[in-house]
Every structure is written in structure tokens, then in C-alpha cells.
Design a protein around this ligand. Structure first.
Ligand SMILES: [Zn+2]
Ligand SMILES: [Zn+2]
Length: 353
């Protein structure tokens, strides 16, 4: 079968990829669409270093083609969103509904891919720039057939993580004020989730003015072409209830804390690399301010993905607007190159079968 493989020589489409049989708790998915994301770009540009060769892609939608003997959550023919979040289902965090904190998610599964007698690695426990993949049963969520595969493919990454930061971690409520530092895919989804939650004022900040129109379309009331806290404080002099950091720039954490009102919170949605530090005046937290982190929007995919689909079908959640264009698997390299050059939104979706 065909798939996009990254190795020492770069990105190429291979047509000789073989897929092993699924294990007892695994699902075979025939991919229909897959989003091209910054995480793929980081692999492509060498920022993320993983064993090669590797089958690319990590956010997709498709049809269940086969299931292992222990799988009863989905069945052959189901339309599903494929996501990267693995969880055991029975540790204390999973039982409490916090699968992103699972302490027992396990390592990567035995890669399902090979070509020419050699293994091809699986990216982010998913790999979706390929005609078929195998994932564990908790990595697929059945969704309403009325959502197009291109839109559905975006749900498992930036949409789930950005909206989850708003609803699951920050618990934004009607009437709250919000600032969003960085309006790439994560920031746009923070903005639209804050709008859906009823935030009374949403201030978007990004040094790239090209992103203003889409930020406003998603729900931003104001756009400041700066990453400085003044972009918030000039508009809301006492600061905002929730300041979200949606770019991997530690300096923005300092700015976001400064832009946070008394009793408010700075929420870090996108994280810089290991070892990166920042500093801030500790006294700034005195007025009951908090700093929160979130992994993958503190999501519970089984709960959150169908809810996002319902919001899309109701016209509240914008997904088609986040798709910049579609391309076949052969278009992956061009899409990665374009995304690496920025801006970060909207994105290309690969249509596979
Ligand atoms: Zn992604
Ligand atoms: Zn667990």
C-alpha cells in the first residue's frame, strides 16, 4: 500500500508498505483524510528526532476495516477519528476521567509497518499519511457520518487540544475575558472555544497580521499585532480572566502572567522544548493568580470528540475554515515545506482514499 515515509533522504511516497495483522486490542483503519500539522513539520525539519524510516502523520479520520478479538468499542465500517492519546483505562487517573494523565499508557506498539523486509516506524503511535494504519482501541472514536472526513481529520489534534484547554482546564465561563497569545491552529481553537463558552471579550495577539482575519472569524473581538502584554492591557487595563499561551515561546508566559487579572489564570497550551526556562516576578501571583499547564487540552477523546462534532454540525465550531486546501499523499512534501515557512494556519489536509 501507499504511504508517506520520512528517512535520511527526505520525504517520499512509497507504494510497497505492508501492514501486519492487528493484535487483540488493536484496530485497522483505512484512512480517508489526514491533517498536516506542526508536529509533522518538526519531524521533517529535524527538530524532533526519532528512529527512521518512519511513516508520517498523526491526525486523521477513516473507516474501521478490522478489529482485534478484544475490541468491542467500534466495529468494521464505523467512521472514526484517529488520535494519538493512549491510556490504560484503569489507573487512578483514567478511572477519574483524566486519560491525559494516564501513568500506564505504555510505550509504542510493535510498529505495524514494513517495506522490503525492513520495519518502518510509527509516528506518535498513529501514522496516518498512509492508506491503512493500526492503532490501539482507545485511539479511535466513532463519529457522526455527516461530518466530512477533511473536517473530522482536524479534530484529534489542534481542535481537541485548543478547545480542551478552554473547557477542560481553564473552565472559561460566560462573561469571562480572554487573551490568546499566538493565533496558529491551537490559538484559533482556543478563540473559538472561548466564543462558544460565552466569553465577553477575546483579545487575540500575534505578530503575524495575516492571521487577523481568521482569528476574528473564529471569534476574536480584538487583534493586537504584538506578543507584548501591552496588547492586552491597553484594552483591558486590569488584565483578563484567562491568558492562553499558544506558541512555544517561554517569554510569552511572562507576558501572559502580566496580562492576567486578579483571580485569573495563565494557561500554557503549547510548550517550549525540554530545559527551556523563563522568569517572572513572583509577587505577580499574589492576587490569587494561577499558572496552569495542560497536556492535549486535558482531553477525554471519547467524551470531547463527539461533542466537537455536534458543535460543528450545529454551525458553532468552524472546521472547514481551518482547511487551507487538500492534496493527495504526493502533496505531503509541498504541504510540509509550505507550513515550515509559515504562517501556521490554515493547513493542508491530505485526502487518501
Ligand atoms: Zn497535530
Ligand atoms: Zn491509565
Amino acid at each position: 500500500m501507499r504511504g508517506v515515509v520520512f528517512d535520511e533522504e527526505g520525504v517520499r511516497v512509497r507504494d510497497d508498505i505492508e501492514l501486519r495483522a492487528p493484535g487483540a486490542d488493536e484496530v485497522v483503519v483505512r484512512l480517508l483524510a489526514a491533517g498536516v500539522c506542526q508536529s509533522d513539520v518538526k519531524l521533517f525539519t529535524g527538530v524532533t528526532r526519532l528512529p527512521l524510516p518512519i511513516v508520517m502523520g498523526h491526525e486523521g479520520a477513516g473507516i474501521v476495516e478490522a478489529v482485534g478479538r478484544e475490541v468491542d468499542s467500534v466495529e468494521t465500517g464505523d467512521f472514526v477519528v484517529v488520535h494519538t492519546l493512549r491510556s490504560c483505562g484503569w489507573c487512578r487517573h483514567c478511572v477519574a476521567g483524566r486519560p491525559t494523565s494516564c501513568t500506564n499508557a505504555g510505550g509504542g506498539i510493535d510498529t505495524p509497518f514494513s517495506a522490503g523486509g525492513h520495519k518502518l516506524h510509527q509516528f506518535a503511535s498513529t501514522s496516518v499519511f498512509v492508506e491503512r494504519t493500526i492503532v490501539r482501541r482507545e485511539q479511535v472514536v466513532r463519529v457522526d457520518l455527516r461530518i466530512p472526513p477533511t473536517a473530522a481529520s482536524l479534530l484529534s489534534c489542534a481542535v481537541l487540544h485548543g478547545s480542551g484547554a478552554v473547557t477542560n482546564r481553564a473552565h472559561v465561563r460566560a462573561g469571562d475575558t480572554v487573551a490568546v497569545f499566538g493565533t496558529g491552529p491551537l490559538g484559533l481553537n482556543v478563540i473559538q472555544a472561548a466564543r462558544i463558552a460565552g466569553a465577553q471579550r477575546i483579545i487575540a495577539l500575534d505578530i503575524n497580521r495575516e492571521l487577523e482575519a481568521l482569528a476574528r472569524r473564529c471569534g476574536a473581538h480584538d487583534f493586537s499585532a504584538t506578543h507584548d502584554s501591552s496588547g492586552v492591557l491597553d484594552l483591558e487595563t486590569a488584565g483578563v480572566d484567562h491568558a492562553f499561551v499558544c506558541t512555544p515561546d517561554a517569554a510569552l508566559v511572562t507576558q501572559a502572567i502580566t496580562a492576567t487579572a486578579a483571580s485569573g489564570q495563565c494557561v500554557i497550551v503549547e510548550f517550549p522544548g525540554l530545559g527551556v526556562r523563563t522568569d517572572f516576578e513572583v509577587r505577580q501571583l499574589y492576587l490569587d493568580k494561577s499558572i496552569l499547564g495542560t497536556r492535549a487540552g486535558t482531553a477525554d477523546p471519547v467524551r470531547d470528540i463527539p461533542r466537537l462534532v455536534a458543535l460543528y454540525l450545529d454551525g458553532q465550531l468552524l472546521l472547514d475554515e481551518l482547511v487551507g486546501g487538500t492534496a493527495p499523499l504526493e502533496g505531503a512534501e509541498a504541504a510540509l515545506t509550505e507550513l515550515a515557512a509559515g504562517p501556521n494556519a490554515p493547513r493542508t489536509v491530505l485526502t487518501i482514499s
